[in-house]
Design a protein. Structure first.
Ligand code: GTP
Ligand code: SPV
Ligand code: MN
Length: 593
């Protein structure tokens, strides 16, 4: 087990609180994984997929009430309300504990508590961090083995050092003799709770994704963002990719887009431009620190992908499809009669017959989706054919450019570049996007999602902006990444996407690459630099002059209204909001006049 006294003591206390029938310390071995999966099959949680089509892979359907992150039930429990800020749900930490302790009492009766030591980041990297998740969900234990480096070797590295305690329960204790359900959960009592000062996570009532795999959003973003601010680094909702030019020069780029807005797709992109290559470092989270050379270095703290299934195909994202060809878990997708998986957009033709994610017989004319819109695959990152050779480098990879973006059907051009770091922080602070199925809420409604971190920043967002601004105050500021804003989702008057997206986004990446090298022609507009006519490589692409013009059009009237909406938005942050961002807004308004 472990010699770590703090860990032993905490597990003992949590066992006394939650009263599981058994405690299982995860060693992370294949044999243990196989055993957990066969228990899940016996319970009806997992179904083994056809081993000839999808070796060592499982299908899992959740309770239909537990299908996405629940932002309304997510809390930041700092001592002071102001430290959580107005974009987070705040509760006093003592009050939250007083509320939750009775709820946790006996919550694991009839179940096994899995003790999961895990490392976010390569074992032993100075950027990595160790957490221990206690969970009564075998589904979580199985997913954590794919998503994180977990098990015995983590305890060896941890030694007697501190760790991040993460307590998770599905919130459904079993009475003696009570039969379990395939997906236990407690939708009426869901709490995803963070104690940023104590650096501790308590999650209750949900077994799904970011609510339950606590290394991901809860630790690697909400808690890590607090640690990052304290110690001068960054924990961000960003993909990381390596881009190599036909001349063999390589640059690394990160991108922050809100949930279900294209990070996984961009991270694994197969360029349509001849000679260019994209390699994947990470698809969801980046931890970044300055190196001794003054450059910003990023690691992917995760070990797997928890990606959106619908829309993923050999056409749109071949590397994702190949990553999940075996050793993967599929949640809320449909089952084919042959024992493989299917979801909307996976093949051009819909299969004639399926079993839907709701376990119902499904045919294409039924009018209902076969897979849930937030259905996900869990796949080992190492299985990605385009995984970057440096993806596990403990030093991280040096970042040349940062992209922000979201789904904006109008106004925002395909790409524009900030004038400088401070203006780039302004661009990050005003990211806005249509809402998606990744979280509970109205799909399609436009909301501001600064830095794609609205649901994931563990402290006051105004302080977060200030932290980003502060990192730009360096004597060697010329080594900072260049900052861009992209929008793959601008639509024509007829409501069709103007830009083909996916592999064609390599054309935009090429311009970013060139801008970082001091090349790449640009036009200066009131909102930033856009590619000069002819500077975006559209050779071989079937796109009309009118569409191209519309993709880059900067609509002055529209931007004047946008600036007014930003001013209203900024006013919601209160007294800690940094003055420099008002300066940037004022400068934008001035340029639009
Ligand atoms: P999370 O895992 O929730 O953080 O999502 P993500 O940001 O990784 O999004 P992902 O790459 O999974 O894409 C989500 C959806 O957007 C999928 O249905 C994609 O098909 C679609 N999408 C991704 N890239 C593009 C693009 O360039 N153009 C268009 N039109 N759609 C895209
Ligand atoms: C997101 O919602 O941004 C995700 C999925 O990456 S989850 O892990 O559920 O947060
Ligand atoms: Mn995400």
């Amino acid at each position: 087990m472990t010699s770590n006294i703090r860990l032993k003591q905490w597990v003992k206390e949590m066992v006394e609180l939650c009263e599981p029938d058994q405690v299982h310390w995860c060693d992370g071995s294949q044999a243990e994984y196989d055993q957990i999966c066969s228990i899940l099959i016996q319970k009806g949680t997992f179904r083994r997929l056809n081993p000839d089509l999808r070796p060592n892979s499982f299908l899992c359907e959740s309770d239909p009430r537990d299908v996405a992150r629940v932002e309304q039930s997510t809390f930041i429990c700092s001592r002071q309300r102001e430290d959580a800020g107005l974009t987070n749900n705040w509760r006093d930490p003592d009050e939250m504990k007083a509320l939750l302790l009775p709820i946790y009492h006996g919550c694991m009766r009839g179940r096994t508590m899995y003790v999961i030591p895990y490392s976010m980041g390569p074992l032993g990297s100075s950027i990595s961090q160790i957490g221990v998740e206690l969970t009564d969900s075998g589904y979580v234990a199985a997913n954590m083995r794919i998503m994180t480096r977990m098990g015995k070797q983590v305890l060896d590295v941890l030694g007697d050092n501190p760790f991040i305690p993460c307590l998770h329960s599905v919130g459904k204790p079993l009475r003696p003799g009570e039969e379990d359900v395939p997906w236990p959960c407690n939708p009426e009592n869901r709490y995803i709770v963070h104690f940023p000062e104590e650096k501790m996570i308590w999650s209750y009532g949900s077994g799904y994704g970011g609510n339950a795999l606590l290394g991901k959003k809860c630790f690697a973003l909400r808690i890590a963002s607090v640690m990052a601010r304290e110690r001068g680094w960054l924990a961000e909702h960003m993909l990381i990719l390596g881009l190599t030019s036909p001349e063999g020069e390589k640059r690394y780029i990160t991108g922050a887009f809100p949930s279900a807005c294209g990070k996984t797709n961009l991270a694994m992109l197969i360029p349509t431009l001849p000679g260019w290559k994209v390699e994947t470092v990470g698809d969801d989270i980046a931890w970044m620190k300055f190196g001794e050379d003054g450059r910003l270095y990023a690691i992917n703290p995760e070990f797997g992908f928890f990606g959106v299934a619908p829309g993923t195909s050999m056409e749109s994202n071949r590397n994702a499809m190949l990553s999940m060809r075996e050793n993967s878990i599929f949640t809320n997708v449909a089952l084919t009669p042959e024992g493989d998986v299917w979801w909307e957009g996976m093949t051009p033709e819909k299969p004639p017959r399926l079993t839907s994610w709701l376990h119902e017989p499904w045919t294409p004319d039924g009018g209902k989706p076969a897979a849930h819109p937030n259905a996900r695959f869990t796949a080992p990152a190492g299985q990605c054919p385009a995984i970057d050779p440096a993806w596990e480098d403990p030093r991280g990879v040096p970042i040349s450019a940062i992209l922000f973006g979201g789904r904006r059907p109008s106004l925002v051009p395909l790409i524009h570049q900030s004038f400088n770091w401070q203006h780039g922080v302004f661009l990050g602070s005003v990211v806005s996007s249509e809402r998606t199925a990744a979280a509970d809420g109205t799909v399609g409604a436009i909301r501001r999602d600064p830095f794609a971190m609205l649901p994931f920043c563990g402290y006051n967002m105004a302080d977060y902006f200030a932290h980003w601004l502060c990192l730009g105050n360096r004597h060697d500021a010329d080594k900072l990444p260049r900052i861009f804003y992209v929008n793959w989702f601008r639509k024509s008057a007829a409501g069709r996407f103007l830009w083909p997206g996916y592999g064609e986004n390599s054309r935009v990446l090429k311009w970013v690459f060139e801008r970082c090298s001091g090349a790449g022609e640009a036009l200066t507009t009131p909102i930033g630099h856009v590619p000069a006519p002819g500077a975006l490589d559209v050779r071989g692409l079937e796109i009309g002059e009118a569409e191209l013009a519309e993709l880059f059009r900067v609509d002055r009237e529209g931007w004047i209204r946008e600036a007014a909406s930003i001013r209203e938005y900024y006013a919601t942050f209160g007294p800690r909001f940094p003055q420099q961002l008002y300066e940037e807004l004022g400068a934008l308004e001035g340029r639009l006049r």
